[in-house]
Design a protein around this ligand. Structure first.
Ligand SMILES: Nc1nc2c(ncn2[C@@H]2O[C@H](COP(=O)(O)OP(=O)(O)OP(=O)(O)O)[C@@H](O)[C@H]2O)c(=O)[nH]1
Ligand SMILES: [Mg+2]
Ligand SMILES: [Zn+2]
Length: 357
């Protein structure tokens, strides 16, 4: 018999499972989402599964469908036939972004994660604004964020880097690592425990899969060829995958993201910028936008050099982006409502016609 708790099963999921009326269902965790099926782990070991028609067509949005890390309820038949996935159990945490492109829709990257390692390499692509952006998504997910600065063998100017990290240091633990030199891997391992789920996120080429191979002690995940220096348009990891580590603990590898578009509301942004959140309590106006108001504590902090200008600019940029997202969502909700009333109107007309015959 396989142990579900090794895969992160706990009392929260157990309670939700127990309250389900269908006693033929058993729980399983999604380890891989393929185009047409899922890889799952359940009491019978690793199996494949497919979504029931009811779940597929009854879900309001894509984000309600099973994602890597989800616990689902399935009908298991035997090792050789795919199980049927009927339900997704409530999520404890979920990491989301806006789907790439112009559509205003949520994409759940992974569910039920305890720790998110934000991986950013210390090569020429190093960018603190990007780390801050990842932090917003990570904090919003409900998981604990840890920043991992990889490829430390490529950069010796730690004084300069530490200067750039002053604000981020206040928000998350920062680890330095080099998979090539086998440095920092043990510090990452310290966060991992049996039953806990970690995920690695970050740009393509940051060294996420290489790091997981180091943690496993075996090259099971494909990594980019060393000779390829072009960072653009190449994703070595193409799907999210939940892996059970030999010493216990679970880790999710994710494909690098070219751009992480946020999926949250502008109020939540402040949770990821606690120093701005604290300062804003001292602004004269409670709805201060921190852009042009008089007696704005945030602007004053920038002027005094207490708050780095780059962090302030980044905050405003993301705030604007989230305000735009909110307007798009309001618009979409209004359009949906309008459609509903048009169809009700049509129904009424038809009804009246029938009655007047
Ligand atoms: N110098 C140096 N290079 C590294 C290190 N770790 C990984 N690399 C190299 O960086 C490149 C990208 O590594 P991957 O592990 O494939 O990166 P990834 O983040 O998984 O990339 P995607 O799967 O595309 O998201 C490879 O050529 C690795 O050999 C390191 O510690 N130092
Ligand atoms: Mg990879
Ligand atoms: Zn202000």
């Amino acid at each position: 018999m396989f142990n579900l708790s090794d895969y992160g099963w706990n009392s929260f999921f157990e309670n939700n499972f127990q309250s389900n009326k269908n006693k033929d269902f058993i729980p399983a965790r999604v380890t891989v989402e393929n185009k047409n099926n899922f890889l799952l782990f359940c009491e019978h070991g690793e199996i494949t599964g497919e979504i029931s028609g009811k779940l597929m067509y009854g879900s309001e949005s894509q984000s309600d469908l099973p994602k890597v890390g989800d616990w689902v309820l399935i009908n298991y038949f035997d090792k050789n036939s795919p199980a049927i996935i009927h339900e997704v159990l409530p999520r404890v945490t979920k990491l989301s972004r806006k789907i790439a492109g112009i559509k205003t829709e949520e994409q759940v990257i992974a569910a039920n994660i305890d720790i998110i390692f934000i991986v950013q390499s210390l090569d020429s692509t190093f960018n603190t604004n990007r780390i801050e952006r990842y932090l917003v998504a990570a904090v919003d997910s409900g998981a604990k964020p840890v920043v991992v600065l990889s490829k430390s063998d490529l950069n010796n100017d730690f004084e300069e880097i530490n200067k750039k990290l002053v604000t981020i240091q206040k928000r998350a633990k920062i680890l330095f690592s080099s998979s090539y030199l086998n440095e920092g891997i043990e510090k990452i391992r310290k966060f991992i425990r049996p039953g806990l789920t970690c995920a690695l996120i970050g740009p393509s080429g940051a060294g996420k899969s290489t790091m997981i191979n180091k943690l496993i002690g075996d090259d099971i995940l494909p990594t980019r060829e060393v000779r390829t220096t072009d960072n653009r348009g190449r994703h070595t990891t193409t799907k999210r995958e939940l892996i059970l580590l030999p010493e216990g603990g679970l880790i999710i590898d994710t494909p690098g993201m070219r751009e992480l578009q946020l999926w949250t509301d502008s109020n939540s942004l402040n949770s990821a910028f606690p120093e701005i959140d604290n300062l804003s309590l001292k602004c004269r106006y409670s709805d201060c936008s921190h852009i042009h108001e008089k007696n704005c504590a945030v602007i004053e902090a920038v002027e005094k050099g207490i708050l780095p200008e780059s962090s302030y600019d980044n905050y405003l940029k993301m705030h604007k982006e989230l305000k735009y997202l909110e307007r798009r969502m309001d618009y979409q909700a209004a359009q949906k409502e309008k459609k509903k009333w048009i169809s009700i109107g049509k129904e009424m007309k038809r009804f009246n016609k029938l009655n007047n015959r």
